[in-house]
Design a protein around this ligand. Structure first.
Ligand SMILES: [Ca+2]
Ligand SMILES: [Ca+2]
Length: 350
């Protein structure tokens, strides 16, 4: 795919080297946090011991059951609000005066007013995207380009050496793989079977816009996303407060261990997790931090071809990509896709 920017951990641009000798210029990647779903039947459900299914995930013990919020269903809206949250008009402190990544323009703090809007409770799932494709026949950009980026660890071990020559120089754990798409997240042989409640990945900004429009919705602005992330808390790092493992629990799907060598998956997930895992924030929104990055409608600085994404992903670790903070931000080009990048939709209030 042409001129693709991927998010990389420290916002460096990197050059990809294709298999056939001549150097592809372009392919600028802005790495950041990282990638993909699963590579086996166990896939994203692998627990910290690499086992499947038998052990209850630590997050499950308190997340699903703790969600007693009732569905917000306003029949007056043009779209279905049953899995959306109404966020009231408000002014909030956006950004931070303690930026972790200066080049990301996380600061300074400024007062921003946002009109009332609806936001999806969950990241868009494979099930929802499947329904969209079935009804519309839509082809994603990854399908049209014929490839997408995945995190090396999501490939079967015996396959990893095959892609030595097709990877990001400054982020060698990313490989561009033919046949990867939302429906085949780890290559042509993989499927999303058993992962329909997991977030859709390998969708570009253009794909995300089309999906939301199909439902009468739109992408959230960055300000809408951030006020939703903060959920009424003032200048806290995370949607739940300042302490990463408050109450000795995991509150988001990120990376534990030494990035990118070992993911101990103490939060229960090596790759992505179901969209309704982990506790919701005070607004009833799930996985605003971690799991998959989420596209917003905002341009990155003055570049209309690059769009802001928020929230970090399951590949983020404090040592390398501390971007699962509400104020954190990064970007990709509009046609980029990767295994750690998804979205959720917003909607206007009549
Ligand atoms: Ca994890
Ligand atoms: Ca997320």
């Amino acid at each position: 795919m042409a001129l693709m920017k991927m998010d990389a951990v420290d916002a460096h641009f990197v050059i990809l080297i294709p298999s056939n000798m001549y150097l592809y210029l372009s392919l600028v990647l802005n790495i950041i946090s990282s990638t993909i779903s699963s590579n086996s039947d166990c896939g994203c459900s692998l627990n910290r011991n690499g086992q499947c299914g038998e052990e209850i995930n630590p997050s499950e013990r308190y997340s699903k059951k703790s969600n007693s919020l009732t569905a917000d269903n306003n029949e007056n809206e043009a779209f279905d609000t049953s899995n959306m949250v109404l966020i009231e008009k408000a002014t909030f402190e956006m950004g931070t005066n303690k930026p972790v990544f200066e080049s990301d323009h996380e600061g300074p703090i400024r007062n921003v007013s946002v009109d009332s809007f609806y936001l999806d409770k969950y990241e868009v799932s494979n099930r929802q995207f499947y329904d969209f494709v079935k009804k519309s026949g839509y082809k994603t950009e990854a399908e049209i380009f014929g490839d997408s980026f995945i995190f090396e660890m999501s490939l079967p071990e015996q396959d990893r050496t095959k892609y030595q020559d097709i990877r990001a120089v400054q982020a060698p754990w990313w490989v561009k793989l033919k046949g990867v798409s939302w429906e085949h997240p780890e290559g042509p042989e993989s499927t999303v079977e058993g992962r329909m409640n997991y977030p859709v990945t390998h969708v570009s900004w253009n794909d995300a816009v089309r999906f939301c429009e199909h439902l009468g919705k739109r992408l959230p602005t960055e300000a809408e996303w951030e006020i939703a992330c903060r959920a009424g808390l003032r200048q806290k790092l995370y949607p739940w407060g300042n302490k990463l493992n408050a109450k000795e629990k995991h509150w988001a799907n990120i990376w534990q261990g030494e990035f990118p060598l070992e993911n101990t998956a103490e939060d229960g997930f090596i790759f992505t997790c179901p969209v309704d895992e982990f506790p919701p924030n005070n607004f009833g929104l799930y996985n605003m931090a971690g799991n998959v990055w989420e596209w917003t409608s905002d341009n990155w600085l003055n570049d209309a071809d690059s769009k802001v994404k928020k929230g970090g992903s399951f590949l983020c670790h404090k040592s390398y990509c501390w971007r699962y903070r509400c104020a954190a931000r990064s970007f990709n080009t509009k046609d980029s896709s990767a295994g750690n990048l998804g979205f959720r939709c917003a909607g206007d209030v009549k």
